[in-house]
Design a protein around this ligand. Structure first.
Ligand code: DC
Length: 208
C-alpha cells in the first residue's frame, strides 16, 4: 500500500505522515529531507544556491544515509531547499530514490509536495493536507517561541507565503493537489482529529 501525503510548509503533513506510517506499519519517507540535504551539501561545499551546475551535481551524488542529520530541520535549510527544488534536473535526480522507496514491500508513506502528482501518481491513497497561512504561521510561531527563537509571527507568515508561492509557482512539479487526492483542511483541527480524519480517508480509499 502506497500512501501519498502532500501539502504546504508547516501544514502538519510530516507529523501526520509519521503517525499514519506507524498506524499501518509502513516505512515513511519525508521527501523534503532530500531537497534539504542537497541544499546543505551545496552550501557546505562552498557553492551558491544559484550555481545550477553545482546544485545538480550535488543532487546526483546525494547520499541518502545522511538524511537523519538533525541540522536538516533548521528553518533556513527549508528555504534553501525550496530554491534548489525549482531546478528540474535536481528533481529528476531525486525521483528514482523516492520511487524505489515507495515500491518496497509492504508499501510506504511518502510526504512532500508532488508525491500524488509526480512521484507516485498510482498511490493507493492520496491526501493533500492544508491549513490557512495564518494558522500555519501561528503554529510555527508557537514552536519557534518554545525553542527560544526571537522571531515574530509576521516574519513567519511572510516566509510561509513566500514559500507557498515558490513551491506552487515553479514550472517543474509544482505543489498542487492531485485530481484524485482527498483534501484535509486542518485549520480548525488538532493533531488527533487530523490523524483520525486521515485514517478514515485512507481506509475509505483502500477498501473501495
Ligand atoms: O517539506 P519541507 O518543508 O521539508 O520541504 C522543503 C522544501 O523542499 C519545500 O519548500 C519544497 C521542496 N520539496 C519539494 O519540492 N518536493 C517535495 N516532494 C518535498 C519538498
Amino acid at each position: 500500500m502506497i500512501i501519498a501525503i502532500d501539502g504546504p510548509a508547516a501544514s502538519g503533513k510530516g507529523t501526520l505522515a509519521r503517525r499514519i506510517a506507524d498506524h499501518f506499519g509502513l516505512p515513511c519517507l519525508d521527501t523534503g529531507l532530500l531537497y534539504r540535504a542537497v541544499a546543505r551539501d551545496v552550501l557546505a561545499g562552498g557553492f551558491r544556491l544559484d550555481d545550477t551546475w553545482a546544485v545538480v551535481a550535488f543532487a546526483r551524488c546525494l547520499d541518502p544515509a545522511t538524511l537523519d542529520d538533525e541540522g536538516l530541520r533548521a528553518p533556513g535549510v527549508g528555504e534553501a531547499a525550496s530554491r534548489v527544488a525549482g531546478i528540474p534536473e535536481v528533481r529528476s535526480a531525486l525521483l528514482e530514490y523516492q520511487r524505489a522507496f515507495a515500491r518496497r514491500r509492504p508499501g510506504a508513506v511518502l510526504d512532500g509536495r508532488d508525491i500524488g502528482t509526480v512521484v507516485c501518481p498510482d498511490a493507493d491513497a492520496k491526501i493533500f493536507v492544508t491549513a490557512t497561512p495564518e494558522e500555519r504561521a501561528r503554529r510555527r510561531h508557537l514552536e519557534r517561541q518554545a525553542q527560544g527563537e526571537p522571531v515574530t509571527y509576521e516574519q513567519i507568515l511572510d516566509l510561509i507565503r513566500n514559500r507557498d508561492a515558490r513551491d506552487s509557482g515553479r514550472d517543474s512539479a509544482p505543489m498542487r493537489r492531485a485530481d484524485d487526492a482527498d483534501l484535509l483542511d486542518t485549520t480548525e483541527m488538532g493533531i488527533e482529529a487530523a490523524f483520525d480524519a486521515a485514517v478514515g480517508l485512507i481506509l475509505r480509499k483502500t477498501s473501495q
